[in-house]
Design a binder for this molecule. Structure first.
Ligand code: C5P
Length: 313
């Protein structure tokens, strides 16, 4: 049986809107998600043993059954017990490049890579929609990470519809290594402060979702109008995260003071991204902002939007 290496891109949210409560305790969302080519590499091979073993050079990554990559492998073993019995467990090596607990779906994209990798390794022939259904059992962002590119995500975030591809736009990602934001905390704080604005009827939820579908950002994406895309970035979670983390707000302001297309927090943060039309400009602005803020905990990466999710290396 072969071993596989998979590239697992990070994601940013160009639009993250919280619409209402869901009976399952999650939030009804409408998001526009975008893959970027800053990614982890996942090496997967059968170990002939009865266990799933994780390896990672980054000590922040848990190497036990709390890791989503572990959960993905375990889920496949449960779904296909005969194959698990025949072929045994896996060694999963995670080459971590995506910052951890950053709002970039690092854990989710690792899980997505494990699902795609085991599908190949066991010759299961699962389709992308079937893989996304399995991914949804692991986390709300896993289904998007499987197919990636540019997409609108609704429901819990697990219902994915592709949008026209974007790949010309460059993305500066910036994160303080000493800051992390708990996603449940961000959503719970939002619920505490803003649940009076939630739409509770399914008709209203569908209507709002359709409005985003036919809205200006989707039009700008279809027209590949990078200026409009930058101007229309939107994230409800900024309302709770930025007041609590003023350095994240200051970072967004520092990018906005430069000639970027737009800047915003990704997901529940604390990573901030800024969009630029070309690589030189992105690198120059990343350097300048790092110099201006002058904090050794601030790290910047320059990446590009990409048109795919998990791919074989
Ligand atoms: O699905 P996932 O495990 O990635 O979600 C992490 C947390 O984010 C959930 O426990 C929940 O607090 C919050 N969340 C939410 N509504 C969503 C997605 C995530 O409230 N649609």
């Amino acid at each position: 049986m072969q071993s596989y290496s998979l590239f697992a891109p990070a994601k940013i949210n160009l639009h993250l809107e919280i619409i209402g409560h869901r009976p399952d305790g999650y939030h009804e969302l409408v998001m526009i998600m975008q893959s970027v080519n800053l990614g982890d590499v996942i090496h997967l091979r059968a170990n002939g043993k009865d266990e799933i073993r994780l390896f990672c050079q980054n000590p922040e990554v848990p190497l036990n059954n709390t890791n989503l990559a572990y959960k993905a492998a375990h889920l496949m073993q449960q779904q296909f017990p005969k194959l698990a019995q025949n072929f045994g467990g896996f060694d999963i090596v995670i080459e971590k490049n995506i910052p951890v607990a950053a709002g970039l779906a690092g854990g989710s994209t690792n899980a997505a890579a494990v699902l795609v990798g085991i599908n190949l390794m066991w010759s299961l022939g699962l389709t992308q929609p079937e893989l996304r259904d399995l991914g949804a059992l692991l986390g709300s962002d896993v289904p998007f990470c499987i197919s990636g590119g540019t997409a609108i995500a609704t429901g819990r975030g697990e219902q994915i519809e592709p949008l026209p591809d974007l790949s010309d736009i460059w993305v500066i990602l910036a994160k303080y290594s000493n800051l992390s934001v708990s996603t449940p905390w961000a959503y719970n704080s939002y619920r505490e402060q803003f649940n009076h604005l939630y739409i509770s009827d399914s008709q209203g939820i569908n209507q709002r979702t359709r409005q985003v579908h036919s809205g200006d950002l989707v039009k700008a994406i279809s027209q590949r109008n990078s200026e409009q895309i930058g101007a229309l970035l939107y994230n409800d979670l900024e309302k709770v995260v930025l007041p609590e983390f003023p350095t994240v707000k200051a970072l967004i302001d520092a990018f906005k003071a430069e000639n970027v297309l737009g800047s915003m927090m990704s997901g529940s943060g604390p990573t901030v991204f800024a969009l630029c039309d070309n690589q030189n400009q992105a690198e120059a602005i990343a350097n300048k902002v790092q110099k201006t803020i002058n904090d050794s905990n601030l790290h910047c990466w320059v990446a590009q939007m990409c048109t795919h999710g998990i791919i074989k290396q």
